[in-house]
Design a protein around this ligand. Structure first.
Ligand code: MN
Length: 242
């Protein structure tokens, strides 16, 4: 009895080692015997549309499809890198799309699941961009471009993101404590799991007099990062590449 959660793999053709690690892990007994697998966003470095004919989306689809065919539900919440991932790819990949901020019972405990970027409310510039690009009209406009034009557009967006991250204070790019408390209160939960900040940790604190937990998933840049929850235990661990 265990549920697995991952996020922020940032899979990209330029880092084949991590793609291989993802594929091996997806084929492992740990995944194939899980009650469910949750991917909480930024599975890829950049998603340019479900019609992308590159090798990487095809490899991802076959890895996730095999897990869902084995009877393990694979849930996906979009991150800021892959919010253009839609129902067409989800069907092909055996993914069940969930809204950011879904509450699921994870091993019997009501759990708020988010990518995490909406909690970074101190980063006003980022939130403004987010609001703009999450408009349906923006997505329609981008998806109407040719694949080549979208690839160039995604490369530019990554550079802009890197420039912003490089010039913004660390504390501003972390979650805001009031935003966390508000989201958990609204959801009526004492456990929140999210990614995005690449600061893996299990934070224990008090929320309105109750013991509460915020679990932050790790990124997959140098190695993998997996959260495993069983009825009696919660474990956040690294996954070595070799
Ligand atoms: Mn993110």
């Amino acid at each position: 009895m265990h549920t697995l959660l991952i996020s922020d793999l940032h899979l990209d053709a330029s880092r084949p080692g991590i793609t291989g690690l993802f594929e091996r892990w997806m084929a492992s007994d740990e995944v194939r015997t899980a009650d469910a697998l949750y991917i909480l966003g930024d599975l890829v470095e950049a998603w340019i549309g479900d019609d992308d004919d590159a090798e990487l989306p095809a490899r991802i689809a076959s890895a996730t499809r095999a897990v869902s065919d084995a009877g393990v539900p694979v849930y996906f919440i979009a991150g800021n890198r892959d919010f253009l991932l839609g129902p067409t790819f989800a069907r092909r990949a055996g993914l069940t799309l969930l809204e950011d901020g879904t509450i699921h019972s994870v091993q019997g405990r009501p759990t708020l699941l988010m990518h995490g970027d909406t909690l970074c409310t101190d980063d006003v510039a980022y939130q403004a961009v987010r609001q703009q690009v999450r408009q349906p009209a923006w997505a329609a406009q981008v998806l109407a471009m040719s694949l080549d034009a979208r690839r160039a557009f995604a490369a530019k967006a990554r550079e802009d993101s890197r420039a912003h991250t490089g010039s913004t204070m660390e504390s501003i790019m972390d979650v805001n404590a009031s935003a966390v408390a508000e989201a958990m209160r609204k959801a009526g939960v004492t456990r929140l799991i999210h990614g995005h900040t690449h600061r893996p940790a299990i934070h224990r604190f008090e929320l309105d007099g109750q013991p509460a937990e915020r679990v932050v998933l790790g990124d997959w840049y140098e190695q993998g990062s997996v959260l495993r929850i069983s009825p009696e235990d919660i474990e956040l661990r690294g996954l070595p590449v070799a």
